[in-house]
Ligand binder design. Sequence first.
Ligand SMILES: C[S@@+](CC[C@H](N)C(=O)[O-])C[C@H]1O[C@@H](n2cnc3c(N)ncnc32)[C@H](O)[C@@H]1O
Length: 291
Amino acid sequence: MSAKTSRSNSGGSNPSRSDSSRSDSSRNESSRNSPGDYGGQRSNMEDHSMRETLAAQAKLIWPFERGFLPERPGRVLDLGCGTGEFLRRIRAEFKCDLAVGADLFPGHLRHAEPPVVHADGHRLPFADGSFDFVVVRHLLQAIPDPVAFLGEARRVLAVGGRIHVLAEDYMGLFFDTDDALVENHFPEVQPLFRERGTDLYQGRRARRHLAEAGFAEITVKPLMVDNLTGDRDAFASVFHAWGEGYAATLAELTGRTVAEMQARFVAMEQNVLDPDRYCAWLLFALGGLNA
Ligand SMILES: C[S@@+](CC[C@H](N)C(=O)[O-])C[C@H]1O[C@@H](n2cnc3c(N)ncnc32)[C@H](O)[C@@H]1O
């Protein structure tokens, strides 16, 4: 499944059906849909490139995102904290009473500053109402049952506590490119990822998922970064790291070559670096109240 290349890519996949006449491949799909499979992206999530991805994304997005956060967030849980990029920033710039991270992958936690705990977000080792602010960033797309996941986040929130979700929707990536393959890249791969447990269009569904998980006063705000007003090098690094981490998986999913997939990410990176060609990423920042 994983195929390391000269740019060190890794593969991973997974699905979500459970009918009674399952084929071998669908049985594999089912086991890959366990929490430890990260929505079919286990090897991608755990690839070394993810560290570069998370660092670049935080550098790019934080200046825009911090305006959505409360000045005094109280007791904070960063759920799926990864390498601790957000934790580091919220601890430094906000008045937190406590800021704890939780993640499924110990390899990421090693890079995060404590306190952090190794935990599956579906079964958190915290009592009801332990936190005032729960953060879920760049993660829901890889959770096959986001409502259950968000329900557990709500359980550990105190009454009156709030959740902050940064949700991805890959139709929100805009390239000024002449390359039709780049233009059509995400529409091509979305259904392939979806049947394996990852939803690249999660952003548009996040509001409904928060409502179904019982949150009140839900807000949805667009968070747009681009290559003119944002950190262009950090933005380019995002695509570089995605190419490193996902080209082999995408080749496997689409039946195309790893080289072709890498070329798409190189084209995206070049688009970002060219100030004469606009490139933007629209994400959604959502908030919700545990009433
Ligand atoms: C794309 S990373 C985002 C990391 C971090 N939130 C950030 O914005 O930098 C997704 C993270 O979610 C973690 N993760 C995936 N499924 C999880 C689960 N069920 N419980 C806890 N963490 C999970 C992965 O290990 C990974 O660190």
